[in-house]
Design a protein around this ligand. Sequence first.
Ligand SMILES: Cc1cc2nc3c(=O)[nH]c(=O)nc-3n(C[C@H](O)[C@H](O)[C@H](O)COP(=O)(O)O)c2cc1C
Length: 303
Amino acid sequence: MVKTEIKLKGLTLKNPVMTASGTFGYGEEYADFVDLSELGGIIVKGTTLHHREGNPYPRMAETPMGMLNCVGLQNKGVDYFINTIYPRIRHFETNVIVNVSGSNIDDYVTAAARMDALDDIPAIELNVSCPNVKQGGMAFGVTCSGIEQVVKAVRDVYHKHMIVKLSPNVTNIAEIALAAEAAGADSVSLINTLLGMAIDAETRKPVLSMVTGGLSGACVKPVALRMVWQVAKAVKIPVIGLGGISSATDAVEFLLAGASAIQIGTANFIDPSISGKVAKGIVDYCERQGVKDVNELVGGMIL
Ligand SMILES: Cc1cc2nc3c(=O)[nH]c(=O)nc-3n(C[C@H](O)[C@H](O)[C@H](O)COP(=O)(O)O)c2cc1C
């Protein structure tokens, strides 16, 4: 029997596999394809204090080995989540983690405080890739001071496990991760989407309504793996790796690079049952390699 339990501060995962925000709905949508109790956790859709319509269409574009999106955090807000969604998903036999997003610090703080009061939400993931409307739309998570401000403010009101999800659209990801750690993050997850764009050569118009969008899927994996490795070397808190993971082998690579757990995003759109397969596949890998505890893989890359 391979031991698969992962202990993060105040948060125990039955195995290292979680699903990434915005790619797995509220979990319910996938319950016919995956036994949710076989996952370490699900990170639900980005939730903001107030209802958001999202950006105009078109907001998705396919790329070779990936996709671009500018969905823009469409969601019905915290009250709707608490009153309508939470009662339906709170008893899932896995960790239900809410991805908290915002466009100013007060909104993050209020949304996080509301999540703190929910008994069956053991953690939040703070999405710091959102534009700060008070700073000309620059994302909070692209400067050390920006990330520090939002993480500190949320830390004051949120008392359970706080994952801070890092943006890869920065020059030095390790510095940003250190700033999140110093401000009180219990763990960091990375990467969010990489900024990209697409043009239709025939019409000469941008493909996406917002011109630019976030790139995700298999094509971003090498960048994500490099960043996870750099961050894991720099910080003392656990690292959660994601970006292009679509097989158990991909997941193992992230663990070897230093991630304590992983998330699966865009691959859910290609195979809705992939997360369960990856969880089983990691165990198969361990059996094949004579590894008794998944934790032994963390940071196990041989240089
Ligand atoms: C359609 C879509 C919606 C997303 N929504 C969110 C979100 O609400 N909050 C967030 O932090 N990340 C969001 N993400 C980013 C993913 O959670 C993930 O970080 C990224 O896609 C990289 O992982 P992947 O290559 O496995 O998809 C979204 C990604 C996609 C493709």
